[in-house]
Design a protein around this ligand. Sequence first.
Ligand SMILES: Nc1ncnc2c1ncn2[C@@H]1O[C@H](COP(=O)(O)OP(=O)(O)OP(=O)(O)O)[C@@H](O)[C@H]1O
Ligand SMILES: [Mg+2]
Length: 355
Amino acid sequence: MQPGVLSPQNNPAAVSVKLEGVVKKFGKVTAVERVDLELPAGKLVTLLGPSGCGKTTILRMVAGLERPTEGRILFGGEDVTRLPAYLRDITMMFQSYALFPHMNVYQNIAYGLQVTRRPKAEIKERVVQVVQQVGLSGLEDRPVAALSGGQQQRVALARSLVMQPRVLLFDEPLSNLDAKLRKRVREEIRDLQLELGITSLYVTHDQEEAMAISDLVVLMNKGIIEQQGDPRTLYTRPISRFAADFIGRANFFEGRYHGGYVEVAGYRQPYRQEGISGQVTVMVRPEALRIQPSGEGLEATVHQVSFLGSTTEFSLDTPVGRLEGVVAGDAPELPGRGERVKVQFAPQGMFLLPA
Ligand SMILES: Nc1ncnc2c1ncn2[C@@H]1O[C@H](COP(=O)(O)OP(=O)(O)OP(=O)(O)O)[C@@H](O)[C@H]1O
Ligand SMILES: [Mg+2]
């Protein structure tokens, strides 16, 4: 592979990955109920969901480390369900990336190629190339124990990339890093993935991380896929309360929808949504709350206002419960605690679910 030249469109090595009716049971425990899923060639797909929902189990089946109880796994149309892990051309990155502490950067990255007995010159060429890609040039001779957490993570990434896998798998690779570093490394991972166009499956329980890096987010709940889509669709059109709650923050309350209005405790909010009517659960994102000093709106009393730097958060007590809101930056115009206000909802931050 030529780095920098390839894009998802012209990476000839990119394969799609398909799971068809995949079930996994461990004795009496059903870890994966039934999953049908397609990773388009060259795309990054994230499995997102709470602890125990089956993310790692799916990843391990794609890797060939677990055999599905039922169903098939295909790489680019080839059935790999019974193919052992070492013949699948995949690499996997974990949260504990288990570098060899007594080896330097170069040796750690070269290790996999040496095990597979590639010629020395080829190993050198590939390692040098990947060291550049991940921004570790100049650190080749450094023992990995003398690297920062972020640099170690890049060595782990380089060690995966140097194998030129058909599929890259990540299982919560950033959970050992602090918040700032996590953000930087996830951007690096995404940059490289886009540049190289390697089909990737990424497991996380952090919804922000999933949204930030994914072409497609697959939200899981108790061994099944709750909803899948691009980050924007998941955020704006959640199919259930679970989905709305897991992706981003949301307020929920009961209302009635008919004739182009949502009625909430006497207030009529103009709104349109196809395919739903009558009693509904209204979901409103915090950024969609619009406070008015008076006039039209749901009656509310300001409960709290907290300036957090880049945002100001507030909460309101209303007849349908406490609602959480947020505005950008400092917001000196916001009424203070105890003041009575009216609140409206921006339609683009609302979505109705069956009651
Ligand atoms: N080898 C095993 N034997 C028995 N049960 C297992 C095994 N591996 C996983 N499970 C069970 O299968 C379910 C799914 O586990 P899995 O590790 O896939 O979850 P996960 O979504 O990765 O969770 P986490 O976010 O905590 O890593 C859990 O109930 C788990 O206890
Ligand atoms: Mg897991």
